[in-house]
Design a protein around this ligand. Structure first.
Ligand SMILES: N[C@@H](CCC(=O)N[C@@H](CS)C(=O)NCC(=O)O)C(=O)O
Length: 220
């Protein structure tokens, strides 16, 4: 059987989440770029054949092509043996979907779009120009979103207790990016100790070290 490919760049929080799904399931995979060398190639014809919206990650496994991180994680969970990546209990599984959607819709805008990526993208493009006003305006929203997550993680260390599932795989890379890349991150996390504990619990798992983006290694 063909090896599973996660297609994208390691710095992406979504690519990292898809890789964590593979790592946690124990599935052999390869991180590839499908010939892309930078962000400009996301809208290339070659990549649009895999991801019609021109984003990352995409996944290829033999003839199967998928896009959207949660769908990729579901495929990995359903097609391979290994630990379950979705809670068994129907209510907890519904809660997992709730957090996947909320993280994908709300937290990604505040934490990633308006803050972390404002530091990452100028490094990738070499422009070095950081949009201070956008970052500053994101901080109150990030604080609010961290407070919501902090409450959800009160039992912890993960969103459903002792075992991490797909929503946790999506949450951790956002928080890790916030702490490592944004100078505001560590201070923000001091106000959300359960979110800090979530990140710490991941740091004890091999899937954390196996997926650290190169850019984060340089920043550490
Ligand atoms: N909902 C998507 C989000 C994917 C996404 O937004 N990826 C970012 C990289 S972190 C991207 O490709 N951005 C390029 C763009 O917005 O053009 C998923 O779950 O995979």
């Amino acid at each position: 059987m063909a090896k599973l490919e996660i297609i994208g760049f390691d710095v992406s929080n979504w690519v990292r989440a898809a890789r964590i799904a593979c790592e946690e399931k124990g599935v052999a995979y390869e991180l590839t770029t499908n010939g892309m060398t930078g962000l400009g190639d996301l809208k290339s014809d070659k990549h649009l054949k895999l991801h019609p919206f021109g984003r990352i990650p995409a996944m290829r496994h033999g003839d199967v092509v998928l896009f959207e991180t949660a769908a990729i994680a579901r495929y990995v969970d359903g097609m391979f043996d290994g630990p379950a990546l979705v809670p068994d209990d129907a209510l907890e599984a519904a809660r997992m979907e709730q957090w996947v959607c909320a993280l994908m819709d709300y937290a990604t805008r505040s934490v990633m779009g308006r803050c972390v990526n404002q530091y990452v993208i100028p490094q990738l493009t070499g422009s070095g120009k950081v949009d201070r006003a956008t970052i500053d305006a994101s901080i109150p929203d990030i604080r609010d979103h961290l407070a919501i997550l902090n409450k959800a993680l009160s039992k912890g260390p993960f969103l459903h207790g002792k075992v991490p599932y797909i929503d946790d795989f999506i949450l951790m890379p956002m928080i890790d990016g916030l702490v490592v890349v944004a100078p505001e991150g560590p201070g923000l996390l001091e106000g959300a100790p359960n979110v800090a504990r979530h990140r710490k619990a991941f740091q004890d798992r091999p899937s954390y070290a196996a997926t650290i983006p190169q850019m984060f290694r340089k920043a550490a």
